[in-house]
Design a protein around this ligand. Sequence first.
Ligand SMILES: [Mn+2]
Length: 238
Amino acid sequence: MHLGRFPEQDDEILCDLRSCISEMRTLNSETIREVVFLGDVFDAFIEFTGNLPEIALRFSTLIADIQSIGIAVSYHVGNHDPWHKKFFDKQLDGRLYRKPRTRRIGKRMVYLSHGDESETRSIFGSLARSIMRSDLSFTLYTALLPNRFGQRLPQWVSRKFSGLGPDPTTIQALHLSGLEILDSTDVDLVIYGHAHQSTTDISIGGQYVNTGSWLLNRSYAELTNDSIQIKLYSVDTH
Ligand SMILES: [Mn+2]
């Protein structure tokens, strides 16, 4: 969703998500068991204890509303929103994931991750990523920088250096990583985000799916016990 990247769109992004879930509940005879966020929920998120940005509180309200109708919510962090302390971890009852996770869903072993870790990087890029995501840097950053500046710096960096349009190199790196996991492990289904372009591919080892981008075109994946479908939510369908 990259909430906060285009603040004027945030309302619609969250409102459409709410409508999408509520329409699925009306149309399907089966209940929705869980909503899984695959990262980059926020465009630039750093948690300063006791001082959450307004958009984080709005997302938190949405989570609470989804949970209140009996649907579980989980959140795998992305490269734009890895810096969490306790807030969402607590609200999600431990379902905030900082690393890829394999779990059984229905008949299949499913590997879930934002997917950015599988992008090919230079040695410098890999080093920078591990330094930036270490607990020590996070602690120092939030301890040394004043709140407002500390929250604005990553916003500025994100807007200046990170494009949202699908990048062929990223799309391909994630696709290859998905197929490699399917071929080399007992995983039956790999689901990533990050590429901002939805896709699916079936190999001997199983199926790879990229959910695409809710921000750019409201694409998402619907997973049942037997199948997975990439869908586009459209406000004009009802
Ligand atoms: Mn990303």
